[in-house]
Design a protein around this ligand. Structure first.
Ligand SMILES: O=P(O)(O)OC[C@H]1O[C@H](OP(=O)(O)OP(=O)(O)O)[C@H](O)[C@@H]1O
Ligand code: HPA
Length: 179
């Protein structure tokens, strides 16, 4: 049997706060007085801290909704994205910014971008806290990136191992030790 234990800290809470403030400023500058027309969509469950922190840092009047998807089992992608809870807001003709705490293979965000485009969104942008892609071979742009992260399995700030460790306000590697 394997037991999960925290490894090394990769990003501290202070580093994450700085990164949130920077991305919030980038989005404020890009949308200025149009910001209240943008729909921010959190990709749950993992986006819950990123969404809360980023939208408070942006401030003012914004619209938000969320959906819930799943594709990871233990520490690996199943290669298949499942929509578990859908949006309530209609995105037809709207600018949407998808918020996710991590992009890894890119499968989840590519799948969601195509879904919202097919529903008639005018523009679908992406803002991630952490980018684990080692090469940029995933053929779609990520518009806002908090930080590049190592290609280790990470937990904290929304990232989980079987639903554990999402609540950490820092990011750590995870060691799976044989017991
Ligand atoms: O780029 P990818 O390889 O698709 O990986 C990134 C996705 O994986 C995680 O979600 P998960 O499916 O584990 O669901 P969760 O948000 O409930 O943890 C994470 O929150 C991203 O949405
Ligand atoms: O490193 C990770 N940790 C947790 N969930 C994830 N989903 C993609 N990559 C990761």
């Amino acid at each position: 049997m394997k037991r999960a234990q925290l490894g090394t800290t990769v990003f501290t809470a202070a580093q994450i706060s700085q990164m949130v403030a920077r991305v919030a400023t980038e989005i404020q500058q890009d949308y200025a007085d149009q910001i209240s027309e943008v729909i921010f969509v959190g990709v749950m469950k993992g986006a819950y801290l990123w969404m809360g922190d980023l939208l408070r840092a942006i401030g003012g009047d914004v619209q938000m909704d969320y959906l819930r998807v799943g594709s990871y089992l233990n520490d690996g992608s199943t290669g298949e994205v499942t929509l578990l809870d859908d949006l309530r807001l209609d995105v037809t003709g709207k600018t949407v910014i998808l918020l996710d705490e991590v992009i890894d293979s890119g499968l989840t965000l590519l799948w969601l971008k195509e879904l919202l485009q097919a529903r008639g969104a005018e523009a679908v942008k992406i803002a991630v806290a952490f980018d684990k892609r080692q090469t940029q071979q995933v053929a779609f742009p990520v518009d806002y990136i908090g930080a590049s992260a190592p290609n280790d399995f990470l937990v904290g700030y929304g990232m989980d191992y079987n639903d554990h460790f999402r609540n950490l306000s820092y990011i750590a590697t995870l060691d799976l030790v044989e017991v």
